[in-house]
Design a protein around this ligand. Structure first.
Ligand SMILES: Cc1cc2nc3c(=O)[nH]c(=O)nc-3n(C[C@H](O)[C@H](O)[C@H](O)COP(=O)(O)OP(=O)(O)OC[C@H]3O[C@@H](n4cnc5c(N)ncnc54)[C@H](O)[C@@H]3O)c2cc1C
Length: 401
């Protein structure tokens, strides 16, 4: 390993942080720079739609790395600096304020940004998105009992926040284009059960509708839906998904139509340039096809693999690289309910219901392929079932040729 080599990691989310840790643990002893577009120390996102909205003191616990950790790792951290352009020919990343960052290797971990609604009124005070610490701080200050909140989009982040806000005494309505939340992802059977839980938690749900406009003078007061119905609201949380944050890579060979394109080693079309996390679509040999996954566990595992593979390449040992194979996994906490999903759901598969004999609040839905093999599982309040399914699916999918 050449100690004069330079590696730049772009993006200081969980993938970027894990990438620098993995560079060091896999033996890279050259110059390492972490560039983070947000000011402050790197932090973790999952708590932002959960405990953090309830309790300010959680802020201290979501920091991923302290300044001392960065010193110990020997990492130069450029906080609040955005990379604006990648020049593959010169092997330079150009950042804010004319900063030039030449590199021998790079790991691109820019993550994703919320998809924006384009209907009238999105500029009104009270219409919010939730991705960053600043977003969460702003939303938390608006969560007081008696307020009326509308959550646009019944995805996991929106539903987590909705349940939490209802628990705080807000009048909360979730509006989703699907008839039931999670229907496309998990099927009707699972969606129906999750909807019941949502209602039990005090959240109203309006399915099959989209927002036509947000209205108010300068602050939000009313939301009009596409069927003409109106809902009074002081706060709207828009959670309609996220898109890879890759505009700054326009014109380079690393882009696909869905984020940064990488091979089975998480390497892009440019030598020595790897990618990981929410923005990376890589060839997942576990399924024999490209995949992009927006879950925390994947960001960690993929960044670990990408950085280890880059270290091999920089050491002239590209033959030692290991393909990154993964079975998708995520969890979500909706109030006291823990939802875990592992694997994939075959299109149209409704799955089989399982209930725990010990506890009626524990249930699971398992999804099988045409040969009857377990390929996906949803487990609710039943971590042991999720672990068992994960083990089963991984043992088959990760070892298959
Ligand atoms: C509110 C919320 C709750 C979540 N809850 C869960 C959960 O319960 N379970 C689960 O599995 N997953 C959850 N996730 C998803 C999980 O947090 C993400 O999968 C994970 O954060 C992805 O990490 P990342 O590093 O790829 O991207 P990010 O976390 O998005 O980090 C990317 C960073 O790169 C920076 N950046 C982007 N472009 C540039 C540039 N050009 N120059 C410099 N910096 C740049 C961004 O500002 C950002 O700070 C949640 C996400 C959110 C937002």
């Amino acid at each position: 390993m050449n100690s004069l080599q330079t590696v730049v990691v772009v993006g200081a989310g969980v993938a970027g942080v894990r990438a620098i840790q993995s560079m060091r643990s896999s033996g890279f002893n050259g110059h390492l720079t972490l560039v983070g577009g947000e000011a402050g120390l790197p932090y973790d996102r999952p708590p932002l739609s959960k405990d953090f909205l309830l309790d300010e003191s959680v802020a201290a616990d979501i920091t991923l790395l302290s300044s001392e950790d960065l010193d110990t790792l020997g990492v130069e951290y450029l906080s609040g600096v955005r990379v604006e352009r990648l020049d593959p020919a010169e092997r330079v990343l150009h950042a804010d304020g004319g900063l030039r960052l030449p590199f021998d290797g790079a790991v691109l971990c820019p993550g994703a940004s919320p998809r924006r609604l384009s209907c009238p009124g999105t500029e009104l005070a009270g219409v919010r998105y939730l991705r960053t610490l600043d977003d969460a701080v702003a939303i938390r200050s608006l969560l007081s009992a008696g307020r009326r909140m509308i959550v646009v989009g019944g995805g996991f982040i929106g539903v987590e926040a909705a349940v939490l806000a209802a628990g705080l005494g807000l009048d909360v309505t979730v509006v989703d284009i699907q008839e039931m939340p999670f229907q496309v992802l998990l099927g009707r059977q699972a969606a129906d059960l999750l909807l019941r839980h949502l209602r039990k938690a005090g959240v109203k749900f309006v399915g099959g509708r989209v927002v036509a406009s947000f209205e108010g003078l300068d602050k939000l007061t009313t939301v009009t839906l596409n069927d003409g119905s109106r809902i009074d609201a002081d706060l709207a949380l828009v959670g309609i998904g996220a898109a890879p944050d890759v505009a700054w890579l326009a014109g380079t060979a690393v882009l696909s139509s869905d984020g940064i394109e990488a091979d089975e080693f998480c390497r892009t079309a440019i030598d020595g340039v790897y990618a990981a996390g929410d923005a990376c679509r890589w060839l997942n040999l576990a399924y024999g096809s490209p995949m992009r996954v927006e879950h925390w566990t994947n960001a960690i595992d993929q960044a670990t693999a990408a950085a280890a593979n880059l270290t091999c390449e920089l050491a002239g040992e590209a033959h030692s690289r290991t393909p990154y194979r993964a079975v998708p996994y995520f969890w979500s906490s909706q109030g006291a309910m823990l939802v875990q999903f592992v694997g994939v759901r075959p299109a149209g598969c409704e799955g089989e219901m399982e209930r725990s004999l010990q506890d009626e609040n524990r249930w699971a839905i398992t999804y099988r392929d045409q040969r009857g093999s377990l390929v996906g599982a949803l487990a609710v309040n039943w971590p042991a079932r999720a672990v068992r399914a994960r083990k089963d699916i991984r043992s088959r999918v990760l070892t298959a040729d």
